[in-house]
Ligand binder design. Structure first.
Ligand code: FPP
Ligand code: MG
Length: 274
């Protein structure tokens, strides 16, 4: 009986917050809606430490677990607001230099979460999401690479939002990868145009990010989408990634809307000068 009461309350709360989001996103959609938001999900370990979630060094994952929940919430906000592309920096090539226990634990978490995403009734199905994994996937553990490839194959025809997960990624590596592909493609033709290179980046076919948000107040881009961020509005809000909630999301979009006209003008001027 008690349990029924609790589940009714949580259902009602879920409904209320859905209605609030609908109203907020309706108001925001009066202004320009970003087509692509990219996140550098920083601050998971600090969150775990501050909240006392991390029991000891054998449990390096608790912050990343909550971080994954935040990823799902923000994907839902993007979906409900009509943002077509969401890209997240989940693991950089440099992150392989972290404590091997943490790297292994994070690989295991990713495998579990990718499988979870793919289950019947999972988020990818619910929102008809197409998922990409961008990076040097050879560097991943076998189970993660297999799961990532399966997820990409299973969702390739989905028509909903596009979630791109950068794993074993750096911009430098992406650009090197594109140059190698282009050299193989061009063979003896020496001239390489910028558009040829762009066609070979992982991000080909995806619009450039309108906003890059790096949580935890950090201001560095850390080798993330360097090629693609020429006209991107960079934001570095203070909350740690697991704390980045609806109000921070709404605020980020409002800040973008304030500078949108200016960025668009700059972009147009540069196009003319190309
Ligand atoms: C950065 O915080 C976060 C990461 C390096 C990992 C993020 C990964 C996930 C949330 C899981 C994603 C899984 C899938 C399947 C997409 P940090 O470790 O740098 O924290 P700190 O700055 O407080 O040290
Ligand atoms: Mg960090």
């Amino acid at each position: 009986m008690k349990k029924d009461g609790k589940s009714m309350i949580s259902k009602a709360m879920g409904h209320v917050s859905f209605v609030i989001r609908k109203c907020l996103f309706f108001i925001l959609s009066m202004g320009p809606v970003p087509a692509h938001i990219a996140f550098i999900m920083d601050g998971n370990r600090r969150y775990a430490k501050r909240r006392g979630l991390q029991q000891d060094s054998t449990d390096p994952n608790s912050g990343h677990q909550v971080g994954f929940k935040s990823l799902i919430s923000n994907l839902q906000y993007c979906y409900e607001m009509g943002v077509k592309y969401m890209t997240v920096y989940a693991f950089s090539i440099d992150n392989f230099r972290r404590d091997p226990h943490e790297v292994q634990a994070l690989m295991e978490l990713m495998k579990v979460k990718i499988d979870e995403l793919l289950t019947e009734g999972g988020l990818l199905k619910k929102f008809d999401v197409r998922i990409n994994f961008w990076g040097n996937l050879e560097l991943l553990t076998d189970p993660v690479r297999v799961a990532a490839k399966k997820a990409m194959d299973m969702t390739v025809h989905n028509k909903g939002p596009v979630l791109s997960v950068c794993v074993a990624y750096t911009s430098t590596n992406e650009i090197m990868h594109a140059i190698e592909a282009l050299v193989r493609e061009k063979r003896e033709k020496v001239q390489i145009r910028v558009c040829d290179l762009e066609r070979n980046l992982f991000t080909a076919g995806c619009v450039e990010p309108d906003i890059i948000i790096r949580t935890s107040g950090e201001t560095r881009l850390s080798n993330f989408l360097l090629w693609q961020s020429n006209f991107t509005h960079l934001q570095n809000p203070n909350p740690l990634w697991p704390e980045f909630s609806l109000r921070h999301f709404v605020w980020a979009v409002l800040k973008y809307q304030k500078v949108h006209g200016y960025l668009k003008k700059l972009n147009g001027e540069t196009d003319k000068n190309k």
